[in-house]
Design a protein around this ligand. Structure first.
Ligand SMILES: C[S@@+](CC[C@H](N)C(=O)[O-])C[C@H]1O[C@@H](n2cnc3c(N)ncnc32)[C@H](O)[C@@H]1O
Length: 210
């Protein structure tokens, strides 16, 4: 987290109120990815809870959100939807959850911001039961060599500073493919969003662990 508590507070308010259009553009994909989940579901970086409305009410939902100022927004959203939530402080790099205790882990627009993608993905694997799924929807780097990629590389330090650690230029699909999952199903798509129009969505399946 950057700039201390006041920055976290502002970012939480922006996140909770400012993404209606973005949300509308992702709604169909989120429904396809999230509505069918069952059992124990852990969401990393859930922010103000924009994904809560997509889940079946029968799941046991655990959220791991490092920004404490997001928590009240998320609890308000859960109350509005009539859902009970288990919201924990922590980071994706050190998940406060036991080994192999989750049927699914969800990440939307979070792997752009984690400090260490490799460690975060290792943690996702650790907490998933064999056969469990990691569901993701993330913005990613523009194609290598493109003009937009050069712009993303150039603005990355400022973007990261004002965007709560967000990187516009991460090749997140490569990190997911290298993370050791038994199966990876991933699609690239574009959205009409300035500077970060390139997205990936899909799921991985965790294999049996030694
Ligand atoms: C752009 S917001 C996305 C929020 C929500 N997932 C969504 O789709 O709108 C990024 C979220 O990731 C969280 N985050 C940042 N670094 C994190 C980390 N290392 N581990 C877990 N969450 C993190 C932020 O606090 C914030 O809630």
């Amino acid at each position: 987290m950057r700039f201390g508590s006041w920055y976290q507070r502002i970012f939480a308010a922006v996140e909770a109120h400012g993404n209606q259009e973005h949300e509308r553009m992702m709604a169909a994909r989120k429904t396809a990815l999230l509505a069918g989940l069952n059992g124990d579901v852990l969401e990393i970086g859930p922010g103000g809870g924009p994904n809560l409305a997509y889940y079946a009410p029968t799941i046991h939902w655990v959220g791991v959100e490092p920004n404490p100022h997001m928590h009240s927004y998320l609890r308000q959203e859960a109350a509005r939807l009539g859902l009970s939530v288990d919201l924990r402080s922590g980071t994706a790099e050190a998940l406060p959850a036991a080994d192999q205790c989750m049927d699914a882990v969800v990440s939307t627009l979070v792997l752009c911001s984690v400090h260490d993608q490799t460690q975060a993905l290792a943690e996702v694997r650790r907490v998933l039961r064999p056969g469990g799924r990691f569901i993701f929807l993330e913005h990613v780097a523009a194609p290598a060599g493109s003009r937009l990629r050069r712009v993303q590389n150039l603005v990355r330090p400022l973007w990261e500073a004002v965007g709560d650690g967000c990187h516009p230029n991460r090749e997140t699909w490569l990190a997911i493919q290298k993370a050791g999952f038994a199966q990876v199903e991933l699609a690239h798509f574009d959205l009409p969003i300035p500077f970060i129009p390139n997205y990936i969505a899909g799921y991985t399946v965790a294999g049996a662990r030694a």
